[in-house]
Structure formats: structure tokens, C-alpha cells
Design a protein around this ligand. Structure first.
Ligand SMILES: C[S@@+](CC[C@H](N)C(=O)[O-])C[C@H]1O[C@@H](n2cnc3c(N)ncnc32)[C@H](O)[C@@H]1O
Ligand SMILES: [Zn+2]
Length: 956
């Protein structure tokens, strides 16, 4: 079986460039998807990702496809391409690689052993083609590119996945990145690793000198107990209760390690000093007496355990802002068990150590001025309100003292290091050393809460928004889980692995540059292929979060890389993200609109620059992962404005669709590769296309894609199916650009995206709901579709609205009367019958119908929407039983209304089993009511479900 017929690649015969490329033909994307999903886990990621955190993650296999596809000719067979990408076993097999991989994928759940053992080959990033194969690749590429290997440029390189692979395949490579932290990381993997190779023994040698002097400096602040070193401390806060004046301990919970029953309990000693004791709950103290789940703060309001008076959030914030709080030492975890446990109460000596650390920070001039600069406060920042205004405020005094000690020791031996090596090697050693120290802030700041069931500090910036924490872990960096040695091991092990990955490469092949992608040093027409994974809207504010690390790197390396670290913080001005802070001063449009417009302009700048540096015969390949339609609209607009047409799109699944029934934000599960070209015709001479002339074509493109995906049995989520259809739709749109409406107004890509969404949902309905929903009104259709597409009650508001527009309903207009949905933040909640229908028995008992609270009155004799009738019927069934509802239906003649039955049948198919309405529907469709409705139970249970496993009546 070949993948071709079912491929998710989308290419038409449009390309007539002088140099056709493999990426513009059908690609083995299904196999690449399987491989990319395999890579998804932390332990199996490429080592360059693990040297230092960067905020986006792209699989190596997808990257290899993007790179090789963008330079190889279309004649290269899929089998050959996969072999060159190192997908599939090394030795010859009887089937094609695609068949082999699909088969392994299909049988993976029954495997013994690891995924690698089951598939019979290592993860792609651990492999490379043989020398002679690389020579073959180069030969093939050279003969396609006038004898030269094309230069591959990634203008927004981030953690460096794209340039690393380009380098490993021996292509001349340029990595460009704006952010100095990411740029440093690129230097390490693309420059230091190939140039200097192993640096472990050098780094370790200097590390031991640093450790020695740090220990002299810090030991007294981390007292041992019975000779055992502290691993870390549970820290929380206290204020003086504004009501009773007593010290009021603050934390949102008092568990140190819930799995091991370890908690810390606050109490007042005889002198009314606040103290803490380590206890086991419920072994030593029952939860009735003390429940560690119940902290003193909830939703920002603090309740005093002594007088029970609540201090409201606004006052608490004020108190913290003014610095009128204390740090509390609540518990100590040791590196080993003492008297049977690692978790202990703090002693006087421990408290004394904390006090001394604070004195030292206050009295030492250098320490008192370290990182005193004000933080840049981002739009989503959640700690500034609590007074974390300067960079040093991110740390408790002892944390700051610890980090400062490493910095001081590093700076003390810096001249020795520089004197010991060539300039280049000295830089490399210093850079790796600084990585080790700076990485330690991740587990030693006020922003990393204690993990509930592990007792250890989580990582800082978990939500990428500097969220304030009511308790945090304070680590002993000299020893234990989050020590200098641990980070060193992490960084060095992964660095050494990268060294092995690039040992065969020519160090001259890669150029690492720092700067704005909209202003590159490359000359016109000098780049063969631009492969880019751009920033997406406001999904990650890279510069803002990277600042936390940047300010420390600056202290370490400013003299080594003066221009990279000259400014006090990272560059937000040139960053291509939707940043509301930067635009807030602009007047006119809303902040959100202005931020979006600015992002579009920035991205246009980046793509225009790609356009300038790209050879005419080359292509731009863009990764796209965002699922928000608005981001798509912006990005496409930017592509168009910078002069490109989209010529091919491919859908790759990069994470397993595991969302069924899972709450929380749905992550993007697919990556789209969009390939763009400089149009051969002169676009400015193009006649505008009338929107209505291509509307049908965009719809057909989306429709074909959706059907193709169904036929491929890929089991994509519905949202991903919609996203996948955006590719071919946008290709049609850009190639007909400019597009205008009947009044000559420009039409934006989002119109085409809307067509795509509507077309795909139509296919979904056809495939999944045995036919159509024609008998059903638009609002009901929307309700059913929302369940079908998302499989959960909370869905992104904007997407739900778009879905509504696709079937002809403005969901905002019906919200108040129908009460069919509610909203929290950006999320829309789909309501079930019990939240929409007033209880029939209440009304019977003489209560009035409360229209403000309920959308549906079950005593009505007719209903505005099919969903209202169905919800009412379910409520009546629930409250009054099946005989009663039989009559209720008869009275309203609902058994003769096709929309009523169709709605019930559809809901039966789309609601998850866990939904309370599901059981009622099954009851309604069974027995006498089932007969009345003439529900064909047989057909229902066999309903065409398009390969997904939905429940049937028999499941109950
Ligand atoms: C999605 S990430 C790239 C991730 C990368 N592919 C990886 O594997 O780690 C986008 C990157 O664009 C960078 N960036 C944002 N604006 C930029 C600009 N104007 N010039 C260059 N890089 C920029 C961000 O700092 C971020 O690292
Ligand atoms: Zn009080």
C-alpha cells in the first residue's frame, strides 16, 4: 500500500518554476507524522533542546522533511527521501519504509519493550545517513542547484532545531535570532560543538574551583543536621494581621510532599512568634485537626487563622507591594533521611542562617545593588502587582546570595580561564560555565512552587507569565537535586551528545548571527532556501520571559559579548510578537487590534527580507502551528504583503491527539508546512480576482482535503482537520491575490478560511452524522457541531463563534435568550439541559418560570429551537419519568417533527458518555418513548462514525 493516494500533502500542477522542488510534490507525511509524534517526549527529544530551555519545540523528523524537501528535486522517490531522513530500519526490508512504519505504528500498543525496540530503529535525531549517503544527497542537490549546495537560512532560529539539522546534513547554514539567550544557545550547538568538540574536562576543572570558593562563601547559610546537607526549604510568607496584629502565615497549601504525607503546620509559640513544624498527615495529625489542603489564601484573599478576619486581595497586594511582609521558613528537606524522613521542622539554627543571609544582602554594597534594575512588565505579568518590580525581587535574600556567590566565583577566575586558552576556546568554556549557573535560577527563585506530590521545586515560568506563588522552594545549590553539579551534568551530557551529532561537520559551514530577521546582513538572491518556524501571535512572549535568564547572562558574559549584552534587557521593539504593552500608547484602534497589526507588519518585514535574500529558484518554507483563525489570517496577510504566493502545503501531526474528554487548553496537534515562492508573474500587474469567482474553488479545496484526511484514516482531531484544510484554501487564495469583493474592497484571507471551515464541517457532518442536519435549525446545528468538533463542553470562544458563522448563527445574538452557552475568560461553555431548563416539578408546584435564569420553559407547547424541545424533553424525562414524557411529546406532536428526532439522534452520537444528558437520551430512545419516536435503534447503534469509536446504545 502506498501512502500517496491518502497523502495529506497538497500540491497541484501549478509550479512552473525553473527549479521544481520535492516539497512541492506529494510527500510521505503520514510516516513523518508518526515519527514526529514519537519524538514528542522530553526524554526522547534531541539533546540540543535539553541544554537550555527555549520556548518552542519542533521535531527533528519534521525539520528534516522541511529542509530536504526544500532543496531536493521532485524526482527523488519517497523511499529514498525517508532513507535519507533516517526513518525506518537501516537494513533492507521487504516492504516499503512507509508500509513498515505504518505497520509498526498500528501494532505499537501491543509491544513489549521500548518504542525504539518495537520500531527496530533509533529516533531520527540519533541517526544520520552514512558518509556516502550524505555524498549522494549532496550530489543530487548540487546537480539540481547549478553545481553548488544551496545556503539554508533560518531567520528566527530559537533553540536551533532547523540550523542544527541543516548543518548535520552538511549544508551551508545560517542561524539568525533576535534574542541573545537563544542566540547563545545557537552558538553553543552550531559553533562551539563543531569547533571545539568535547569541553567536559575543561569545564569540570573550572567548576571545581568555582564550587570550592562558593562553598567557603555559602556553607554557613545552609546548616547541616546530623551531618546531612539540606536539599531545599519550603518557604512561604507572613504579614501582620491588619485585624488582630498577630503574625499571619500565608500559603495556599501546607503540603510539603503530599504523596509522603509530609506537611508543615504554622503555630504561635509562647511569645507569639510564628513557628512551623513538620508533621505527617493523617498519620500524626488528623485532617480534621489540620488540613494541609487548606491554606490561608484563596483567590488572593487571606484569612487570619487567629481571628478569622479576611484581608481582601486589594489590601494584601498593597501590603506586599510596600514590602511589609516576611519570608517564612516552614520546613527543610534533607538530601537523605534523618530519623526515617527527609522532611523536618526548621531549627533555631536554620532561622539564624536565614537571618544572616538577609543581613549580608543588606550590608554588602555589591550585593545590595545586584540586579536592582526595574523589570520590563509584560501584559500578562502576574507578579508585578505583588511588588516584584526589580529583577532581584524574584529571589529571596538567601536565593540571591546563592546566585551571587556563583557569579562572584565565576568572575574571579574568568581571567585565569581566558589566559589558559585561545580567545575562542576561552569564550566557549566561559559560556558553558555560565549556562550551568544561570540554569540554576530555574529551581531557585520565588516563582517556582513546591510540587504537590514530589516535594521539590517546580520550574520557574511554568505558565510563561511570571505568576506569583504563595510558597516556593529554596534550593541548596551546593548539594542535592537542583545543585550546580546536577545542572552541570544535564548541560554537559547533552552538550557532549550534540558534539557527537556534529563531529563530522565542517565548523565553517554554520554562521550564527544575532539580529532582527527583518534586517539581515545577507545580500540579495544569496540564499537557496529559507526554512522558518516563526513566532505565532501572542502564544509566547519570548523576549519577556527570556529576560529572567538574560539579566544573569549579562552579569556573566557582558565583557565577553559586549554588543549582545549591552542593553539592560532583551529587545522587545524588534520582536515579532503580538505585544499589547508596546502598542498601548498608540491611539485609535483597540490595544488588541493595534498589537495584531503591529505583529502583521513585523512578520511582513521578516517575510519581505526572506523575499529579498532568496534566489528566484529557491523557496521559503514556513512552519505553522497556531490553531487560532486570527493568527492564520495575520500570517497569510504577511506572506502576501511581502510578495510571496503559497505553492504547497503539507499537514504533519506533531503531537498525539489526546484531547478526547481532556480539559484545559487544547495544544496544537498539527504543524503545517507552507511553501512559498516569489511569483513568476509580476503580481502588481495581476488583475484583481473577484471573491465570488474563487469562493467555490476555496471551498472545494477544503472539501477535498477533508475527504482525503478521512480516507487516510489518520484519526486527526476535528480541529486539526479544519486547520489542515486551511493550507490548500490559502494556496488558492494567494495565487489569485489580490482578491476583491463586488464593491472592489479588498478581501482578507480570513474570508477564505471561513469558507474552509464551513466546507470541512459540512464534510464532518456528512461523515459522522449519517447524512445531514437539514431538518435541524442553525442554532441546534451549531450546538451539535460544537460537541462533534471539540468533544468537550469548554471550547475556545472565538472558534465556537466562527463555527456558528459557518452554519448561519451569530452565537452572541442568541446568548441571552437561549442561555445555551456561558463564558469564562476566553472559553465558552456549552450548557446541558439541567442548566437550561427550569425543573418541571417546580413549575408544577406553582413556581413562576424564571426567564432570567433559564432559557427553556418545559411547560411551553412549542419551542424556538430543536435543541430547546430536546432539552425540555430530557428534563421532563428526568423529573417526571418515561410515561409522563411520552404524553408530553404526544401533546406537542414532537414525534412528527423530523428536526426533533434528528437532534436526539445527533446528540446521541456526539455527546461523550460522561455527559449527564447522554444517559437520558439513551433512555428516551429506548422502550415506549423510543417506539413513539420510531427511533431505529439498530441503525443508530451502527451509525457511520467515520472510523472514530463513539458509543452505541449497546454500550449502556
Ligand atoms: C517558534 S520560535 C523558533 C523555535 C525554533 N524553531 C526551535 O526549534 O527552537 C520563534 C523565534 O523567533 C524569534 N524572534 C522573534 N522576533 C524576531 C525577529 N524580529 N528577528 C529574529 N527572531 C525573532 C523568537 O525569539 C523565537 O525564538
Ligand atoms: Zn488576625
Amino acid at each position: 500500500m502506498s501512502d500517496k493516494a491518502n497523502s495529506e500533502s497538497d500540491v497541484k500542477e501549478t509550479v512552473t518554476e525553473e527549479r521544481p522542488l520535492k516539497i512541492e510534490s506529494v510527500l510521505p507525511v503520514k510516516t513523518v507524522s508518526i515519527e514526529s509524534v514519537k519524538e514528542g517526549h522530553t526524554d526522547t527529544m534531541s539533546p540540543h533542546r535539553r541544554i537550555f530551555k527555549w520556548f518552542a519545540r519542533r521535531p527533528t523528523t519534521t525539520t528534516r522533511l522541511a529542509i530536504l524537501g526544500s532543496v531536493l528535486p521532485p524526482e527523488v522517490e519517497d523511499e529514498q527521501l525517508l532513507r535519507w531522513m533516517c526513518v525506518g530500519p537501516k537494513e533492507n526490508i521487504e516492504t516499503s519504509i512507509e508500509e513498515y512504519v505504518l505497520n509498526k505504528h498500528a501494532t505499537k500498543d501491543d509491544r513489549d519493550g521500548s518504542i525504539e525496540e518495537h520500531f527496530g530503529y533509533e529516533y531520527t535525531h540519533r541517526r544520520l545517513p552514512s558518509e556516502s549517503e550524505i555524498e549522494d544527497i549532496h550530489e543530487t542537490v548540487r546537480s539540481h542547484w547549478d553545481g553548488e549546495l544551496p545556503l539554508i537560512l533560518d531567520p528566527t532560529a530559537g533553540g536551533g532545531t532547523i540550523p542544527l539539522e541543516a548543518l548535520r546534513y552538511g549544508f551551508p547554514t545560517v542561524s539568525n535570532e533576535l534574542n541573545p539567550v537563544a542566540w547563545l544557545l545557537n552558538k553553543v550547538i552550531l559553533e562551539f560543538a563543531p569547533t571545539h568538540g568535547s569541553l567536559e574536562s575543561d569545564v569540570r576543572k573550572w567548576m571545581s574551583r568555582i564550587s570550592e570558593s562558593v562553598e567557603q562563601e555559602l556553607s554557613e547559610f545552609f546548616p547541616k543536621r546530623n551531618g546531612v546537607e539540606p536539599n531545599h526549604y519550603f518557604r512561604a510568607y507572613s504579614i501582620d494581621c491588619p485585624s488582630c496584629g498577630k503574625p499571619l502565615p500565608i500559603s495556599n497549601r501546607w503540603w510539603f510532599n503530599k504523596r509522603l504525607s509530609a506537611a508543615v503546620r504554622p503555630y504561635l509559640d509562647e511569645e507569639e512568634n510564628l513557628r512551623f513544624e513538620a508533621i505527617k498527615v493523617p498519620e500524626e495529625v488528623s485532617t480534621d485537626e489540620f488540613d494541609p489542603d487548606e491554606g490561608t489564601v484563596e483567590g488572593g484573599d487571606v484569612t487570619c487563622p487567629h481571628c478569622n478576619v479576611v484581608t481582601e486581595r486589594t489590601d494584601v497586594v498593597e501590603i506586599f507591594k510596600e514590602g511589609k511582609f516576611d519570608y517564612e521558613l516552614c520546613g527543610v528537606r534533607y538530601t537523605e533521611k534523618i530519623d526515617g524522613t527527609q522532611y523536618h521542622s526548621p531549627t533555631d539554627e536554620d532561622r539564624e542562617a536565614v537571618r544572616k543571609a538577609k543581613d549580608k544582602i543588606d550590608s554588602d554594597l555589591e550585593l545590595a545593588t545586584l540586579l536592582t534594575q526595574d523589570r520590563y512588565i509584560g501584559y500578562y505579568d502576574r507578579s508585578e502587582p505583588y511588588g516584584i518590580e526589580q529583577w532581584r525581587d524574584l529571589y529571596s535574600p538567601r536565593q540571591l546570595l546563592s546566585h551571587a556567590a556563583y557569579l562572584q566565583a565565576f568572575n574571579d577566575i574568568k581571567p585565569d580561564i581566558l589566559g589558559n586558552y585561545s580567545d575562542e576556546k576561552g569564550e566557549a568554556v566561559l559560556t558553558l560555565l555560565s549556562f550551568i549557573s544561570v540554569k540554576m535560577i530555574n529551581r531557585n527563585s520565588r516563582l517556582e512552587p513546591i510540587k504537590l506530590n514530589f516535594g521539590s521545586p517546580n520550574s520557574m515560568l511554568g505558565n510563561n507569565n511570571f505568576s506569583f506563588q504563595w510558597h516556593f522552594g529554596e534550593s541548596n545549590l551546593m548539594s542535592g537535586t537542583f545543585s550546580y553539579e546536577t545542572e552541570a551534568k544535564n548541560i554537559l551530557d547533552h552538550y557532549e551528545e550534540v558534539v557527537r551529532y556534529v563531529s563530522h561537520t565542517d565548523p565553517e559551514s554554520a554562521t550564527v548571527q544575532r539580529g532582527d530577521a527583518a534586517d539581515l546582513p545577507q545580500s540579495d538572491n544569496s540564499v537557496g532556501s529559507v526554512v522558518v518556524d516563526p513566532p505565532y501571535g501572542d502564544s509566547i512572549m519570548y523576549a519577556e520571559v527570556a529576560d529572567a535568564f538574560y539579566v544573569w547572562f549579562r552579569e556573566y558574559l557582558r565583557d565577553i559579548y559586549p554588543s549582545a549584552f549591552s542593553s539592560p534587557e532583551t529587545n522587545k521593539e524588534d520582536e515579532a510578537v503580538e505585544n499589547p504593552v508596546i502598542v498601548s500608547e498608540e491611539s485609535g484602534s483597540s490595544t488588541a487590534d493595534a498589537a495584531r497589526k503591529r505583529y502583521e507588519e513585523k512578520m511582513s518585514g521578516i517575510f519581505s527580507e526572506a523575499h529579498r535574500v532568496l534566489e528566484t529558484g529557491g523557496c521559503l518554507t514556513i512552519y505553522f502551528t497556531d490553531k487560532e483563525v486570527s493568527a492564520w489570517d495575520s500570517l497569510t496577510m504577511s506572506i502576501i504583503q511581502s510578495g510571496f504566493d503559497i505553492t504547497a502545503t503539507h499537514t504533519i501531526t506533531t503531537e498525539m491527539p489526546q484531547r478526547i474528554g481532556v480539559k484545559g487548553d487544547a495544544a496544537a496537534d498539527t504543524t503545517l508546512l507552507l511553501t512559498c515562492r516569489k511569483p513568476i508573474d509580476n503580481r502588481s500587474e495581476r488583475e484583481p480576482t473577484l471573491w465570488r469567482d474563487i469562493q467555490e474553488e476555496t471551498r472545494i479545496a477544503a472539501r477535498e482535503k477533508a475527504n482525503e484526511l478521512y480516507n487516510s484514516n489518520h484519526n486527526l482531531t476535528k480541529t486539526d482537520m479544519i486547520i489542515s484544510a486551511f493550507g490548500p484554501t490559502l494556496r488558492t487564495f494567494t495565487q489569485n491575490y489580490p482578491v476583491v469583493d463586488d464593491k472592489d474592497n479588498p478581501v482578507r484571507p480570513k474570508e477564505a478560511l471561513r469558507e474552509a471551515r464551513a466546507a470541512v464541517t459540512k464534510v464532518i457532518i456528512e461523515r459522522e452524522l449519517s447524512g445531514d442536519l437539514e431538518a435541524v435549525d442553525p442554532l441546534t446545528t451549531w450546538y451539535v457541531l460544537s460537541w462533534l468538533v471539540y468533544d468537550r463542553e469548554d471550547i475556545p470562544y472565538d472558534e465556537a463563534r466562527q463555527l456558528g458563522m459557518g452554519v448561519g448563527v451569530e452565537i452572541d445574538d442568541v446568548k441571552y435568550d437561549s442561555k445555551i452557552w456561558g463564558k469564562s475568560k476566553k472559553t465558552l461553555l456549552l450548557k446541558g439541559q439541567n442548566h437550561r431548563v427550569q425543573d418541571y416539578t417546580e413549575l408544577e408546584a406553582g413556581e413562576d418560570y424564571r426567564k432570567r435564569a433559564f432559557g427553556v420553559n418545559p411547560q411551553d407547547t412549542s419551542f424556538d429551537y430543536n435543541i430547546d424541545a430536546v432539552h425540555a424533553a430530557l428534563n421532563v424525562l428526568d423529573t417526571k419519568g418515561s410515561d409522563f414524557v411520552w404524553n408530553w411529546i404526544q401533546d406537542r406532536d414532537l414525534q412528527n417533527k423530523p428536526g426533533f428526532l434528528k437532534t436526539i439522534q445527533s446528540l446521541h452520537q456526539v455527546l461523550p458518555n460522561s455527559h449527564p444528558d447522554k444517559k437520558l437520551i439513551v433512555d428516551l430512545l429506548s422502550g415506549e418513548t423510543g417506539e413513539l419516536l420510531d427511533a431505529d435503534v439498530e441503525t443508530l447503534s451502527k451509525a457511520n462514525n467515520g472510523g472514530t469509536t463513539r458509543t452505541t446504545l449497546e454500550d449502556f
